[in-house]
Design a protein. Structure first.
Length: 189
């Protein structure tokens, strides 16, 4: 009963006093945040924590793009799609490039921005390219490496589509692929 009385007295005292008086009365004597030292010790930054504010910007970074790709015979801006789980997924915008060395043609797709190479393969006779309006679709077979020496090599099949701004770019890309496929088909026989 005395505890309830004390609680009631405290409540009554609180309402009679001003806020400043209440704070000084119930002020914590020792705080874990207050140091007895007059000057707070400043910690030296460790090797793991570096200031990133005053770092110099990198110089001589090549941002020229694709001006000097050796043996480039085709280069156009395009958008790449991949057929995943019965849906066409947008991979992104970039440059569709075809290079030619020693009668071999290689297809490259380099994404805008970070300049990441997404596609990089030789044109083969089983590419099965298909032309529609301003886009070209094709099939790419990729070998899956096995860790067992005894097991056979497995292949996966991916279907891609490239959409160009102009129909002429799509037909030029398609004709280059078909021409290379015909050469490879003749050499196969």
């Amino acid at each position: 009963m005395t505890e309830k009385k004390n609680d009631n007295e405290i409540k009554n005292n609180i309402f009679e006093k001003k806020p400043e008086e209440i704070l000084t009365e119930y002020k914590q004597k020792e705080s874990i945040f207050v140091s007895n030292e007059s000057e707070v010790q400043k910690k030296e930054p460790s090797a793991f924590l570096e200031s990133t504010v005053n770092k110099p910007s990198p110089k001589n970074v090549d941002t020229s793009g694709f001006d000097e790709i050796p043996d480039c015979i085709f280069q156009k801006e395009s958008r790449l799609y991949k057929f995943i789980n019965n849906v066409w997924s947008d991979i992104g915008r970039g440059h569709m490039i075809i290079t030619e060395t020693e009668n071999k043609k290689r297809i490259l797709f380099v994404r805008e921005g970070l300049k990441l190479t997404f596609l990089n393969f030789y044109i083969t006779y089983d590419l099965k390219a298909d032309l529609k309006e301003n886009s070209v679709s094709f099939i790419v077979y990729e070998a899956i490496e096995n860790t067992d020496e005894k097991s056979e090599t497995n292949y996966s099949c991916s279907i891609y589509a490239i959409k160009f701004k102009e129909n002429s770019s799509a037909s030029e890309f398609y004709n280059l692929i078909k021409f290379q496929e015909e050469i490879l088909e003749k050499n196969k026989e």
